[in-house]
Design a protein around this ligand. Sequence first.
Ligand SMILES: [Zn+2]
Ligand SMILES: [Zn+2]
Length: 147
Amino acid sequence: MIAGGCRCGAVRYKVARDTLPAAYACHCTDCQTWSGSAFSMQFFMAADALAVEGAVTEYGFVNPMRRFSVQRFCLTCHTRLYNTNDARPWLVNIRAGTLDDSARIDVPLHIWTRSRQPWLILPATAECYPEAAPIEALERLATLTSL
Ligand SMILES: [Zn+2]
Ligand SMILES: [Zn+2]
C-alpha cells in the first residue's frame, strides 16, 4: 500500500498498490505559478484505488483544453493533493511530492519543457515533450515502477 498526506497531517491518503508508480513533471507556467516552484510532479492512478481520510476543500475551473478540472486541497494547510478532470473521470492525478516515500519516485517523463526553467538540466534518458503529451504516455507511467 502506498500512503501520503498533506503538510499538516490532517489529510492522509492510501493508494491500493504495492509499488510506487513513475511520475511525470510539468514545466508549464501555470504549474510554476501554482507550485511556487520550477515544475509540478504527479502521477495518474485509477480513481477507485485512492482512499482519502480527512477534510479536503475543492477548487474547480475550466482548463485551457476546455475540460473541468477539480483540485483537492487539505482544508487546514491547503496542500494541493490530487485532482480529477472530466476528460478522464476514471483517473486521479496525485501530487507526487505528497507521498510519504516521495524521495524514491522516478520521473522519466517531462512535459511543457519549452517553458522549463533555463538552469534545469533534464536527464538525457528523459522522455520530453515541448508541450502536452498524449494521455497514453502519461497513463503508461502508472504501469512502471519507481526505484
Ligand atoms: Zn494539511
Ligand atoms: Zn503544468
